[in-house]
Design a protein around this ligand. Structure first.
Ligand code: AMP
Ligand code: MG
Length: 337
C-alpha cells in the first residue's frame, strides 16, 4: 500500500477523516506523540492497527474523543471525580480508564472491560475526530517496542507502506505519551503511566494519588500489570541504553572507564562544556527532556550508536515520565554511583 503524506489544511484533514470512516489507518499528530488513528468501533480497522505496529493483542488502545461528555456513549458509568478531572485537564494529555460498554469492541480494549478515554488538545487530532464523527483508537504510531514518534517523518519511517496516510502537523509539543490514570474512589486515583499531567497537578483535585509500582519497577514473572503496556520492553532504540545516576563528574568518570568505539553519551544541555566523549544532549529541564527524548533515541540509531550511557533525569514532576520511559528503554539497567 502507498502511504500518502497529508498536510494539515481543512481539505486534507477531510481526506484523513474519510479514510478513518472507511476503516483505514492514519498517522495523526497529537500534543503528546503521533498516534495511529483508527475507528475504535470498527473491529477490522482496529485489527489493522495491531498488525501495523506488531502490537501484542492484550495491550489496549486509548480511545480519543472530541469532548469528554461523549465518554457517556462508550462507558457504563463515570465517577464524579472523572468529571472534575475532565473539567481541569480535558482537552489535554490525560487518559482516564473507565468501565466500557459494548460500543467499544474487546479487541480495542485488549480484552479488558475498561477503556482508556482521552480528549486530545491538538487542533489537527481534534478536527479529525470531529470530521470523522467516530471515536478514534490511537496508540503511539511507532513499531511496537521502538521509541514513540514525535514527527511525521518518524511515523513515515516506521509505517510507510503499512498504513493509508500520515498527517504532518509538525513536532509534538510534549513528546511523551499521556498520563494514564484509573479512578479508585471519589478521592483517589492511581497513575498507571506518568505523563505531562503530573502527580502534583492531580493532587490539586484528588486527596490521594498513588504511583503504580510498575512505573519504576520491573514486573516479576506472573505478576499482573494494572497497565498492560508496562509488561513489555518498550521505547527502545536498537542501541543498548544504560542509565547512569549521579553527578556530571561521576557520570563522566564512569563513561570514560567504559567507552568503546560504538559508545555515545546522552547528557543534559548545560553538561557539554569540556565533555570529553561523543554525546548528544536532551534538554536542560524535565519538560525539555520529555520533548526531546524519543527524537534523540531515534537519532542515536541513525548515527549508528551501539551503546549509550544516558545521564539519568530527575524523577520529579514531568521528570517521572522521562525517567519511566528511559528505565524501560534501558530494560531496567541503571548504574547508581
Ligand atoms: P499507547 O497506545 O502506545 O499510548 O499505550 C497505551 C497504554 O495505555 C497501554 O499500553 C496501557 O498500558 C494503557 N492503557 C490503555 N487502556 C488501558 C486500560 N483499559 N486499562 C489499563 N491501562 C490501559
Ligand atoms: Mg506506545
Amino acid at each position: 500500500m502507498e502511504t500518502i503524506l497529508l498536510s494539515d489544511n481543512e481539505e486534507q484533514l477531510s481526506i484523513a477523516a474519510g479514510l478513518i470512516r472507511k476503516g483505514e489507518i492514519v498517522g495523526i499528530p497529537t500534543e503528546t506523540v503521533y498516534g495511529l488513528g483508527a475507528d475504535a468501533s470498527n473491529e477490522e480497522a482496529v485489527k489493522k492497527v495491531f498488525a501495523a505496529k506488531g502490537r501484542p493483542a492484550d495491550n489496549p488502545l486509548i480511545v480519543h474523543l472530541a469532548d469528554f461528555s461523549q465518554a457517556q456513549e462508550y462507558t457504563v458509568s463515570i465517577p464524579d471525580l472523572a468529571w472534575k478531572l475532565a473539567e481541569r485537564f480535558c482537552p489535554g494529555p490525560l487518559t482516564m480508564v473507565l468501565p466500557k460498554n459494548e460500543k467499544i469492541p474487546m479487541i480495542t480494549s485488549g480484552g479488558l472491560d475498561t477503556v482508556g478515554i482521552r480528549v486530545p488538545s491538538h487542533p489537527v487530532m481534534h478536527r479529525i475526530i470531529e470530521l470523522s464523527g467516530r471515536p478514534i483508537a490511537a496508540p503511539s504510531a511507532n513499531t511496537s517496542g521502538y521509541p514513540s514518534p514525535t514527527s511525521a517523518e518518524h511515523v513515515m519511517r516506521d509505517m510507510n507502506g503499512k498504513i493509508a496516510a500520515v498527517v504532518d502537523g509538525g513536532a509534538s509539543e510534549f513528546g511523551v505519551e499521556s498520563t494514564v490514570i484509573s479512578i479508585e474512589s471519589e478521592d483517589r486515583v492511581r497513575i498507571l503511566r506518568p505523563g505531562c499531567v503530573t502527580r502534583e497537578m492531580l493532587l490539586e483535585l484528588c486527596g490521594e494519588v498513588i504511583i503504580d509500582h510498575a512505573i519504576l519497577h520491573e514486573l516479576e514473572a506472573g505478576q499482573k500489570a494494572a497497565s498492560p503496556g508496562m509488561k513489555y520492553k518498550h521505547y527502545s532504540p536498537k542501541a543498548d541504553i544504560i542509565m547512569v545516576e549521579g553527578s556530571l563528574r561521576d557520570f563522566t568518570e564512569y563513561a570514560g572507564r567504559n567507552m568503546t568505539s560504538g559508545t555515545y553519551c546522552l547528557i543534559f544541555d548545560g553538561d557539554e562544556e569540556d565533555f570529553p566523549y561523543r554525546y548528544l544532549t536532551y534538554g536542560r529541564n524535565s519538560s525539555e527532556q520529555a520533548h526531546w527524548l524519543f527524537q534523540r533515541l531515534r537519532e542515536l540509531d541513525d548515527i549508528g550508536a551501539e551503546k549509550v550511557y544516558v545521564r539519568a533525569p530527575s524523577p520529579e514532576g514531568v521528570g517521572l515520565a522521562v525517567y519511566n520511559r528511559l528505565i524501560r528503554a534501558a530494560g531496567f539497567e541503571v548504574i547508581r554511583i
